[in-house]
Design a protein around this ligand. Structure first.
Ligand code: NAD
Ligand code: TDX
Length: 371
Protein backbone atom coordinates (compact mmCIF):
# COMPACT_ATOMS: atom_id res chain seq x y z
CA UNK A 1 0.00 0.00 0.00
CA UNK A 2 1.34 3.44 -0.93
CA UNK A 3 1.67 6.36 1.40
CA UNK A 4 -1.62 8.12 2.07
CA UNK A 5 -1.44 11.71 0.80
CA UNK A 6 -4.90 13.19 1.32
CA UNK A 7 -8.51 13.58 0.24
CA UNK A 8 -9.77 15.73 -2.62
CA UNK A 9 -13.49 15.60 -3.42
CA UNK A 10 -14.59 11.99 -3.59
CA UNK A 11 -11.05 10.63 -4.16
CA UNK A 12 -8.20 9.60 -1.89
CA UNK A 13 -4.62 9.97 -3.14
CA UNK A 14 -1.73 7.59 -2.46
CA UNK A 15 1.94 8.01 -3.34
CA UNK A 16 3.99 5.01 -4.51
CA UNK A 17 7.51 6.48 -4.69
CA UNK A 18 7.22 7.32 -8.42
CA UNK A 19 3.55 7.92 -9.07
CA UNK A 20 0.28 8.96 -7.43
CA UNK A 21 -2.77 6.73 -7.44
CA UNK A 22 -6.31 7.95 -7.09
CA UNK A 23 -8.91 5.74 -5.43
CA UNK A 24 -12.64 6.30 -5.10
CA UNK A 25 -13.43 7.24 -1.54
CA UNK A 26 -15.93 5.03 0.22
CA UNK A 27 -17.93 7.52 2.20
CA UNK A 28 -19.35 5.96 5.29
CA UNK A 29 -21.57 8.15 7.43
CA UNK A 30 -20.33 8.18 10.98
CA UNK A 31 -21.54 9.40 14.33
CA UNK A 32 -18.77 11.08 16.29
CA UNK A 33 -18.96 11.98 19.95
CA UNK A 34 -16.48 14.77 20.60
CA UNK A 35 -15.98 15.41 24.32
CA UNK A 36 -14.65 18.77 25.53
CA UNK A 37 -15.78 20.37 22.25
CA UNK A 38 -16.61 23.71 23.89
CA UNK A 39 -12.93 24.20 24.72
CA UNK A 40 -10.01 25.35 22.59
CA UNK A 41 -8.88 22.35 20.52
CA UNK A 42 -12.18 20.42 20.67
CA UNK A 43 -14.12 23.34 19.13
CA UNK A 44 -11.55 23.74 16.36
CA UNK A 45 -11.83 20.00 15.73
CA UNK A 46 -15.64 20.18 15.50
CA UNK A 47 -15.38 22.91 12.85
CA UNK A 48 -12.74 20.87 11.01
CA UNK A 49 -14.99 17.78 10.97
CA UNK A 50 -18.15 19.64 9.90
CA UNK A 51 -16.23 21.19 7.02
CA UNK A 52 -14.23 18.14 5.90
CA UNK A 53 -16.76 15.37 6.58
CA UNK A 54 -20.18 16.94 5.96
CA UNK A 55 -21.69 13.42 5.83
CA UNK A 56 -20.87 12.76 9.51
CA UNK A 57 -22.87 13.71 12.58
CA UNK A 58 -20.94 15.37 15.39
CA UNK A 59 -22.23 15.25 18.95
CA UNK A 60 -20.39 17.41 21.48
CA UNK A 61 -20.45 16.32 25.13
CA UNK A 62 -19.10 19.06 27.40
CA UNK A 63 -19.54 19.90 31.08
CA UNK A 64 -19.02 23.61 30.38
CA UNK A 65 -16.45 24.17 33.11
CA UNK A 66 -14.77 27.59 33.38
CA UNK A 67 -12.85 26.59 30.18
CA UNK A 68 -15.91 25.65 28.12
CA UNK A 69 -17.72 28.33 26.22
CA UNK A 70 -20.94 27.73 24.33
CA UNK A 71 -20.54 30.91 22.28
CA UNK A 72 -17.53 29.23 20.64
CA UNK A 73 -19.92 26.70 19.09
CA UNK A 74 -22.45 29.29 17.87
CA UNK A 75 -21.72 28.60 14.18
CA UNK A 76 -21.72 24.82 14.65
CA UNK A 77 -25.18 25.04 16.26
CA UNK A 78 -26.54 26.17 12.88
CA UNK A 79 -25.61 22.82 11.31
CA UNK A 80 -28.23 20.03 11.27
CA UNK A 81 -25.26 17.60 11.59
CA UNK A 82 -24.35 18.97 15.03
CA UNK A 83 -25.78 18.40 18.50
CA UNK A 84 -24.57 19.82 21.83
CA UNK A 85 -25.11 17.95 25.09
CA UNK A 86 -24.12 19.40 28.46
CA UNK A 87 -22.71 16.65 30.64
CA UNK A 88 -19.75 15.29 32.57
CA UNK A 89 -17.60 12.50 31.05
CA UNK A 90 -17.15 11.11 34.58
CA UNK A 91 -20.95 10.76 35.01
CA UNK A 92 -21.64 7.15 33.98
CA UNK A 93 -25.41 7.55 33.75
CA UNK A 94 -25.13 10.61 31.51
CA UNK A 95 -22.52 8.97 29.24
CA UNK A 96 -24.49 5.72 28.87
CA UNK A 97 -27.71 7.61 28.07
CA UNK A 98 -25.87 9.48 25.31
CA UNK A 99 -24.44 6.24 23.87
CA UNK A 100 -27.94 4.69 23.87
CA UNK A 101 -29.33 7.71 22.02
CA UNK A 102 -26.53 8.24 19.50
CA UNK A 103 -24.81 4.86 18.88
CA UNK A 104 -21.46 6.55 18.19
CA UNK A 105 -18.97 5.01 15.75
CA UNK A 106 -16.08 7.10 17.03
CA UNK A 107 -15.41 8.85 20.34
CA UNK A 108 -12.72 11.54 20.43
CA UNK A 109 -11.89 12.53 23.99
CA UNK A 110 -10.67 16.11 24.34
CA UNK A 111 -12.44 16.72 27.68
CA UNK A 112 -9.88 17.48 30.34
CA UNK A 113 -8.68 19.86 32.96
CA UNK A 114 -5.84 21.23 30.87
CA UNK A 115 -3.96 23.95 32.75
CA UNK A 116 -0.70 22.96 34.49
CA UNK A 117 -0.82 25.89 36.96
CA UNK A 118 -4.33 24.93 38.13
CA UNK A 119 -3.19 21.33 38.65
CA UNK A 120 -0.52 22.60 41.04
CA UNK A 121 -3.20 24.49 43.01
CA UNK A 122 -5.80 21.69 43.09
CA UNK A 123 -4.92 18.25 41.60
CA UNK A 124 -8.17 16.44 42.60
CA UNK A 125 -10.38 17.53 39.72
CA UNK A 126 -7.59 16.58 37.28
CA UNK A 127 -7.77 12.97 38.46
CA UNK A 128 -11.56 12.94 38.35
CA UNK A 129 -11.95 14.28 34.80
CA UNK A 130 -8.72 13.17 33.14
CA UNK A 131 -8.49 9.65 34.59
CA UNK A 132 -11.95 8.59 35.83
CA UNK A 133 -13.63 10.39 32.93
CA UNK A 134 -11.49 8.39 30.49
CA UNK A 135 -12.42 5.15 32.25
CA UNK A 136 -16.15 5.94 32.15
CA UNK A 137 -16.02 6.77 28.42
CA UNK A 138 -14.11 3.59 27.58
CA UNK A 139 -16.47 1.45 29.70
CA UNK A 140 -19.37 2.83 27.65
CA UNK A 141 -17.42 2.04 24.45
CA UNK A 142 -17.01 -1.55 25.63
CA UNK A 143 -20.66 -1.87 26.64
CA UNK A 144 -22.19 -0.43 23.47
CA UNK A 145 -19.46 -1.22 20.90
CA UNK A 146 -17.35 1.27 19.00
CA UNK A 147 -15.20 1.50 15.87
CA UNK A 148 -12.61 3.72 17.51
CA UNK A 149 -11.98 5.37 20.88
CA UNK A 150 -9.42 8.14 20.49
CA UNK A 151 -7.57 9.74 23.38
CA UNK A 152 -6.20 13.25 22.86
CA UNK A 153 -3.04 13.29 24.92
CA UNK A 154 -0.02 15.52 25.25
CA UNK A 155 3.76 15.63 24.86
CA UNK A 156 3.91 16.50 28.58
CA UNK A 157 3.61 12.79 29.43
CA UNK A 158 7.27 12.41 28.34
CA UNK A 159 8.50 14.95 30.90
CA UNK A 160 11.06 17.42 29.60
CA UNK A 161 14.34 17.60 27.70
CA UNK A 162 17.47 19.55 28.69
CA UNK A 163 18.12 22.89 26.98
CA UNK A 164 21.70 21.90 26.04
CA UNK A 165 20.70 18.83 23.97
CA UNK A 166 18.91 20.22 20.88
CA UNK A 167 19.52 16.85 19.20
CA UNK A 168 16.99 15.09 21.49
CA UNK A 169 13.29 14.71 20.63
CA UNK A 170 10.34 12.81 22.13
CA UNK A 171 9.46 9.71 20.12
CA UNK A 172 6.59 7.31 20.84
CA UNK A 173 9.17 5.07 22.57
CA UNK A 174 10.36 7.77 25.00
CA UNK A 175 9.48 6.57 28.53
CA UNK A 176 6.61 8.25 30.37
CA UNK A 177 8.17 10.59 32.96
CA UNK A 178 5.77 13.23 34.26
CA UNK A 179 6.37 16.46 36.18
CA UNK A 180 3.03 18.07 37.15
CA UNK A 181 -0.23 16.66 38.50
CA UNK A 182 -1.70 17.58 35.10
CA UNK A 183 0.82 15.54 33.12
CA UNK A 184 0.61 12.69 35.63
CA UNK A 185 -3.16 12.56 35.14
CA UNK A 186 -2.81 12.56 31.34
CA UNK A 187 -0.15 9.82 31.50
CA UNK A 188 -2.40 7.74 33.80
CA UNK A 189 -5.20 8.04 31.28
CA UNK A 190 -2.86 6.98 28.44
CA UNK A 191 -1.81 3.87 30.35
CA UNK A 192 -5.44 3.02 31.01
CA UNK A 193 -6.28 3.42 27.31
CA UNK A 194 -3.45 1.03 26.34
CA UNK A 195 -4.57 -1.41 29.05
CA UNK A 196 -8.13 -1.44 27.59
CA UNK A 197 -6.61 -2.24 24.20
CA UNK A 198 -4.52 -5.12 25.48
CA UNK A 199 -7.03 -6.55 27.96
CA UNK A 200 -10.38 -5.93 26.26
CA UNK A 201 -9.23 -5.39 22.62
CA UNK A 202 -11.03 -2.04 22.65
CA UNK A 203 -10.06 -0.34 19.33
CA UNK A 204 -8.18 2.65 20.67
CA UNK A 205 -5.63 5.19 19.46
CA UNK A 206 -3.71 7.97 21.20
CA UNK A 207 -2.15 11.17 19.90
CA UNK A 208 0.42 13.14 21.89
CA UNK A 209 0.70 16.68 20.62
CA UNK A 210 2.93 19.62 21.44
CA UNK A 211 1.64 23.08 22.49
CA UNK A 212 -1.20 24.38 20.34
CA UNK A 213 -2.11 27.97 19.54
CA UNK A 214 -4.85 29.63 17.47
CA UNK A 215 -8.47 30.83 17.72
CA UNK A 216 -10.59 30.15 20.84
CA UNK A 217 -7.54 29.57 23.09
CA UNK A 218 -8.54 30.35 26.68
CA UNK A 219 -6.68 33.46 27.92
CA UNK A 220 -5.05 31.70 30.89
CA UNK A 221 -2.52 30.02 28.54
CA UNK A 222 0.70 31.77 27.49
CA UNK A 223 -0.13 33.11 24.00
CA UNK A 224 -3.68 34.42 24.50
CA UNK A 225 -2.79 35.68 28.00
CA UNK A 226 0.05 37.75 26.57
CA UNK A 227 -2.04 39.07 23.67
CA UNK A 228 -4.93 40.16 25.89
CA UNK A 229 -2.68 41.76 28.52
CA UNK A 230 -0.44 43.52 25.98
CA UNK A 231 -3.53 45.02 24.36
CA UNK A 232 -4.49 46.45 27.76
CA UNK A 233 -0.87 47.65 28.36
CA UNK A 234 -0.69 45.42 31.44
CA UNK A 235 2.51 43.68 32.69
CA UNK A 236 3.26 40.36 30.96
CA UNK A 237 4.15 37.71 33.60
CA UNK A 238 7.04 35.62 32.22
CA UNK A 239 7.98 32.73 34.52
CA UNK A 240 11.63 32.48 35.61
CA UNK A 241 13.97 33.75 32.89
CA UNK A 242 11.62 32.97 30.02
CA UNK A 243 14.12 30.47 28.62
CA UNK A 244 11.85 27.39 28.68
CA UNK A 245 11.18 26.00 25.22
CA UNK A 246 7.84 24.88 23.78
CA UNK A 247 7.18 23.31 20.36
CA UNK A 248 4.24 25.30 18.94
CA UNK A 249 1.67 23.88 16.49
CA UNK A 250 -1.21 25.76 14.87
CA UNK A 251 -4.42 24.19 16.17
CA UNK A 252 -5.87 23.31 12.75
CA UNK A 253 -2.77 21.20 12.01
CA UNK A 254 -3.45 19.28 15.22
CA UNK A 255 -7.07 18.74 14.09
CA UNK A 256 -6.01 17.42 10.68
CA UNK A 257 -3.64 14.95 12.36
CA UNK A 258 -6.34 13.62 14.73
CA UNK A 259 -8.75 13.33 11.81
CA UNK A 260 -6.25 11.14 9.95
CA UNK A 261 -5.48 8.98 12.97
CA UNK A 262 -9.12 8.21 13.80
CA UNK A 263 -9.87 7.21 10.21
CA UNK A 264 -6.57 5.71 8.99
CA UNK A 265 -4.35 5.19 12.03
CA UNK A 266 -3.65 1.74 13.41
CA UNK A 267 -5.49 0.47 16.48
CA UNK A 268 -3.54 0.31 19.74
CA UNK A 269 -0.99 2.84 18.47
CA UNK A 270 0.39 6.11 19.82
CA UNK A 271 1.19 8.90 17.34
CA UNK A 272 3.22 11.99 18.25
CA UNK A 273 2.15 15.27 16.64
CA UNK A 274 4.37 18.32 16.29
CA UNK A 275 5.80 20.68 13.70
CA UNK A 276 9.41 21.38 14.78
CA UNK A 277 8.55 24.92 15.86
CA UNK A 278 10.60 25.36 18.99
CA UNK A 279 10.66 28.79 20.62
CA UNK A 280 11.66 30.05 24.05
CA UNK A 281 8.81 31.68 25.95
CA UNK A 282 10.65 34.99 25.73
CA UNK A 283 10.85 34.71 21.92
CA UNK A 284 7.11 34.04 21.77
CA UNK A 285 6.26 37.02 23.98
CA UNK A 286 8.55 39.32 22.00
CA UNK A 287 6.97 38.16 18.72
CA UNK A 288 3.52 39.00 20.09
CA UNK A 289 4.72 42.45 21.22
CA UNK A 290 6.13 43.10 17.74
CA UNK A 291 2.87 42.00 16.09
CA UNK A 292 0.94 44.39 18.32
CA UNK A 293 3.44 47.25 18.16
CA UNK A 294 3.82 47.22 21.97
CA UNK A 295 7.05 47.85 23.97
CA UNK A 296 9.18 45.09 25.52
CA UNK A 297 9.09 47.09 28.77
CA UNK A 298 5.73 45.36 29.42
CA UNK A 299 7.61 42.11 30.15
CA UNK A 300 7.70 41.35 33.87
CA UNK A 301 9.74 38.37 35.14
CA UNK A 302 7.87 36.57 37.93
CA UNK A 303 8.45 33.59 40.25
CA UNK A 304 8.89 30.39 38.28
CA UNK A 305 6.26 27.62 38.02
CA UNK A 306 7.16 24.82 40.49
CA UNK A 307 8.63 21.82 38.63
CA UNK A 308 8.63 23.85 35.39
CA UNK A 309 9.48 21.63 32.38
CA UNK A 310 12.46 23.04 30.45
CA UNK A 311 11.96 21.90 26.87
CA UNK A 312 9.38 19.97 24.85
CA UNK A 313 10.26 18.81 21.34
CA UNK A 314 8.34 16.25 19.30
CA UNK A 315 9.62 13.89 16.64
CA UNK A 316 6.55 13.56 14.35
CA UNK A 317 8.27 11.01 12.05
CA UNK A 318 5.82 8.15 12.68
CA UNK A 319 2.61 10.00 11.71
CA UNK A 320 4.41 11.40 8.66
CA UNK A 321 5.70 8.01 7.50
CA UNK A 322 2.48 6.06 8.19
CA UNK A 323 -0.22 8.59 7.35
CA UNK A 324 1.55 11.25 5.30
CA UNK A 325 0.67 14.00 7.78
CA UNK A 326 2.60 17.26 7.67
CA UNK A 327 1.76 20.58 9.33
CA UNK A 328 0.62 23.30 6.94
CA UNK A 329 1.12 26.45 9.00
CA UNK A 330 4.49 28.12 9.69
CA UNK A 331 4.83 29.70 13.12
CA UNK A 332 5.22 33.27 11.78
CA UNK A 333 2.01 32.96 9.71
CA UNK A 334 0.13 31.17 12.49
CA UNK A 335 1.02 33.69 15.18
CA UNK A 336 0.12 36.58 12.85
CA UNK A 337 -3.25 34.97 12.10
CA UNK A 338 -3.81 34.29 15.81
CA UNK A 339 -3.07 37.87 16.88
CA UNK A 340 -5.45 39.10 14.15
CA UNK A 341 -8.12 36.70 15.40
CA UNK A 342 -7.85 38.08 18.95
CA UNK A 343 -8.03 41.63 17.59
CA UNK A 344 -11.16 40.78 15.60
CA UNK A 345 -12.86 38.77 18.37
CA UNK A 346 -12.42 41.01 21.39
CA UNK A 347 -15.97 40.30 22.54
CA UNK A 348 -15.18 36.55 22.87
CA UNK A 349 -12.23 36.98 25.25
CA UNK A 350 -13.32 40.19 26.97
CA UNK A 351 -16.43 38.37 28.22
CA UNK A 352 -14.17 35.66 29.71
CA UNK A 353 -11.87 38.20 31.35
CA UNK A 354 -14.78 40.04 32.94
CA UNK A 355 -16.12 36.90 34.64
CA UNK A 356 -14.91 34.23 37.05
CA UNK A 357 -11.49 34.12 35.37
CA UNK A 358 -10.70 37.56 36.86
CA UNK A 359 -10.68 36.01 40.37
CA UNK A 360 -8.36 33.24 39.18
CA UNK A 361 -5.89 35.72 37.71
CA UNK A 362 -5.79 37.85 40.88
CA UNK A 363 -5.31 34.71 43.00
CA UNK A 364 -2.50 33.26 40.85
CA UNK A 365 -0.60 36.38 39.81
CA UNK A 366 -1.53 39.06 42.41
CA UNK A 367 1.56 38.56 44.60
CA UNK A 368 3.89 37.46 41.75
CA UNK A 369 3.42 40.68 39.79
CA UNK A 370 4.04 42.88 42.86
CA UNK A 371 7.47 41.30 43.55
P1 NAD B 1 -9.55 23.42 27.26
O1 NAD B 1 -9.27 23.56 28.72
O2 NAD B 1 -9.56 24.63 26.39
O3 NAD B 1 -10.96 22.69 27.06
C1 NAD B 1 -11.36 21.62 27.82
C2 NAD B 1 -12.85 21.39 27.58
O4 NAD B 1 -13.25 20.22 28.31
C3 NAD B 1 -13.75 22.53 28.06
O5 NAD B 1 -14.74 22.82 27.11
C4 NAD B 1 -14.38 21.98 29.34
O6 NAD B 1 -15.66 22.51 29.61
C5 NAD B 1 -14.45 20.49 29.01
N1 NAD B 1 -14.49 19.64 30.22
C6 NAD B 1 -13.69 19.72 31.30
N2 NAD B 1 -14.03 18.77 32.20
C7 NAD B 1 -15.04 18.06 31.63
C8 NAD B 1 -15.81 16.93 32.06
N3 NAD B 1 -15.61 16.35 33.24
N4 NAD B 1 -16.77 16.46 31.24
C9 NAD B 1 -17.00 17.04 30.02
N5 NAD B 1 -16.32 18.10 29.59
C10 NAD B 1 -15.35 18.61 30.37
O7 NAD B 1 -8.50 22.34 26.74
P2 NAD B 1 -7.72 22.27 25.35
O8 NAD B 1 -6.51 23.12 25.42
O9 NAD B 1 -8.69 22.44 24.24
O10 NAD B 1 -7.21 20.76 25.40
C11 NAD B 1 -8.03 19.70 24.89
C12 NAD B 1 -7.30 18.39 25.05
O11 NAD B 1 -6.06 18.44 24.35
C13 NAD B 1 -6.94 18.07 26.49
O12 NAD B 1 -7.14 16.70 26.71
C14 NAD B 1 -5.46 18.43 26.61
O13 NAD B 1 -4.83 17.62 27.57
C15 NAD B 1 -4.98 18.10 25.21
N6 NAD B 1 -3.83 18.88 24.73
C16 NAD B 1 -3.82 20.24 24.77
C17 NAD B 1 -2.74 20.95 24.25
C18 NAD B 1 -2.71 22.46 24.25
O14 NAD B 1 -1.71 23.04 23.85
N7 NAD B 1 -3.78 23.14 24.64
C19 NAD B 1 -1.66 20.27 23.70
C20 NAD B 1 -1.68 18.86 23.68
C21 NAD B 1 -2.78 18.19 24.18
O1 TDX C 1 1.69 33.50 32.59
C1 TDX C 1 2.44 32.64 32.09
N1 TDX C 1 3.78 32.87 31.99
C2 TDX C 1 4.67 31.98 31.48
O2 TDX C 1 5.87 32.24 31.42
C3 TDX C 1 1.93 31.36 31.61
C4 TDX C 1 0.48 31.05 31.69
C5 TDX C 1 2.84 30.48 31.09
N2 TDX C 1 4.16 30.75 31.06
C6 TDX C 1 5.09 29.74 30.49
C7 TDX C 1 4.98 28.35 31.10
C8 TDX C 1 5.33 27.44 29.94
O3 TDX C 1 6.74 27.29 29.87
O4 TDX C 1 4.75 29.58 29.12
C9 TDX C 1 4.86 28.21 28.71
C10 TDX C 1 3.51 27.74 28.18
O5 TDX C 1 2.63 27.72 29.29
P1 TDX C 1 1.11 27.22 29.14
O6 TDX C 1 0.44 28.05 28.10
O7 TDX C 1 0.52 27.17 30.51
O8 TDX C 1 1.31 25.77 28.51
P2 TDX C 1 2.10 24.47 29.01
O9 TDX C 1 2.33 24.48 30.45
O10 TDX C 1 3.29 24.33 28.11
O11 TDX C 1 1.01 23.34 28.66
C11 TDX C 1 0.28 23.38 27.42
O12 TDX C 1 0.83 22.48 26.49
C12 TDX C 1 0.61 21.11 26.69
C13 TDX C 1 -1.21 23.10 27.61
O13 TDX C 1 -1.75 24.00 28.55
C14 TDX C 1 -1.44 21.68 27.99
O14 TDX C 1 -2.84 21.41 28.10
C15 TDX C 1 -0.85 20.78 26.95
O15 TDX C 1 -0.97 19.46 27.31
Amino acid sequence: MGQYVGICGSYEYYFYGYYFQRRERIVEEMNLIVTGGAGFIGSNFIYYELENHPEDRVICLDKLTYAGNLSTLEEAMKSPQFRFVKGDIADRECVEKLFEEEHPDIVVNFAAESHVDRSIEDPGIFLMTNVIGTEVLMDACRKYGIKRYHQVSTDEVYGDLPLDRPDLFFTEETPIHTSSPYSASKASADLLVLAYYRTFRLPVSITRCSNNYGPFHFPEKLIPLMISRALADEPLPVYGKGENVRDWLYVVDHCSAIDLVIRKGREGEVYNIGGHNERTNLEVVKTILRELGKPESLISYVTDRPGHDMRYAIDPGKIHRELGWLPQTKFDDGIHRTVQWYLEHREWWEKILSGEYRNYFDHMYGKRLQQ
